[in-house]
Design a protein around this ligand. Structure first.
Ligand code: IPM
Ligand code: MG
Length: 361
């Protein structure tokens, strides 16, 4: 079958890692008889350089015309890049927030699981790791603090800044439904993370999540305050199945969860709306310090492509083949620098792509 894939290579290591993911997709197309047509879309710093803004109307139109979008990473070094001399709404990150909003990508799925081959890279003790952990962070992505009104102004002679954390019940309900649906296909537990001991938005969150839970009698729901959740992720990550949370808490906890897996270079993500459309990107950033050296880890982007096949195209068999190739390449002892350990073979970004292609059955 034919699929239209929008491709945002972005900045930093983005172009290198996306090239490897496309290499893998091309091989899948060949092997399984599909046709993938790619449309290049500019976003982030490269769009600022070419068009003066991080996200253009053309880019949004091209993304909407695609069946799904595969993305690398955006942004540069905030200390040295001229992009960060621009006002905040014209910086690379504004492009990413803008496309999420424009495409209504409210559900951000960030799996954090430990590959047993990478146990060495996990910073947690063996007795905490046990036989591994596997959690799915369901982060609300188009509401909350990142999209509420903000301003900085002088009040009574003092510079004063305000950001607004706002959620309505519909926004909470739709992401909660996603979390329960996802848990139903996994280990049937939802941990809803909030700060209901302080915030009104969290108290509403908790109320709506409890309403949604009534439709899912065989799923266990627990509530956890975000400060405690931050602690529990390092204390006992095995207790989590699906973590449901609002935008900022999810941003922070997903970085923490990815770190305990040992490498953020391994973690994929999907940002979905209420149709089959999604934007797929690695959970990590653009790593400008290692860009252009062919040493970045492309696996998170390759796994994001796998999520795209699974969630947007219903190509489960093909997605399984990619996931299996990733496991096999690790079993065979190949590692990029970020996940390197003694006795393994260190390879670069493009070589890792080739090794993955060789392992797709
Ligand atoms: C992420 C990133 C973005 C976010 C930034 C770049 C705006 O940190 O995807 O987690 O906060 O959502
Ligand atoms: Mg983040």
């Amino acid at each position: 079958m034919g699929y239209k894939i929008g491709v945002i290579k972005g900045d930093g290591i983005g172009p290198e890692i996306v090239t490897e993911a496309v290499k893998v997709l091309d091989h899948i197309a060949l092997k399984y008889g599909h046709q993938f047509d790619y449309t290049k879309i500019l976003m982030g710093g490269c769009s600022i350089d070419a068009c003066g803004v991080p996200l253009t109307e053309e880019a949004i139109t091209a993304a909407k015309a695609s069946d799904a979008v595969l993305m690398g990473s955006i942004g540069g070094d905030a200390k040295t890049s001229p992009w960060y001399q621009l006002p905040p709404e014209k910086r690379p990150e504004a492009g990413l927030l803008g496309i999420r909003k424009a495409l209504n990508l409210f559900a951000n799925l960030r799996p954090a699981n430990l590959y047993k081959e990478l146990k060495e890279a996990c910073p947690l003790r063996d007795d905490i790791i046990g036989d591994g952990f596997d959690m799915m962070i369901m982060r609300e992505l188009t509401g909350g603090l990142y999209f509420g009104a903000r301003k900085t102004e002088e009040i009574d002679g003092k510079m004063t800044a305000v950001d607004t954390l706002i959620y309505n019940e519909d926004e909470i309900r739709r992401i909660a439904i996603r979390a329960f649906d996802t848990a139903a296909k996994r280990r049937k537990k939802v941990t809803s993370v909030d700060k209901a001991n302080v915030l009104d938005s969290s108290r509403l969150w908790r109320k709506i999540v409890e309403e949604v839970a009534k439709d899912y009698p065989d799923i266990t729901l627990e509530h956890m305050l975000v400060d405690n959740a931050a602690m529990q992720i390092v204390k006992n990550p095995r207790q989590f199945d699906v973590i449901l949370t609002e935008n900022m808490f999810g941003d922070i906890l997903s970085d923490e969860a990815s770190m305990v897996t040992g490498s953020i270079g391994m973690l994929a993500s999907a940002s979905l709306n209420d149709s089959k459309f999604g934007l797929y990107e690695p959970s990590h950033g653009s790593a400008p310090d290692i860009a252009g050296q062919d040493i970045a880890n492309p696996i998170a982007t390759v796994l994001s492509a796998s999520m795209m096949l699974r969630y947007s195209f219903d190509l489960d068999k093909e997605a399984d083949a990619i996931d299996a190739a990733v496991k096999q390449v690790l079993t065979d002892g190949y590692r990029t620098g970020d996940i390197m350990s003694e006795g393994c073979t260190k390879v670069g970004c493009s070589r890792m792509g080739d090794l993955l292609v060789e392992r797709i059955r």
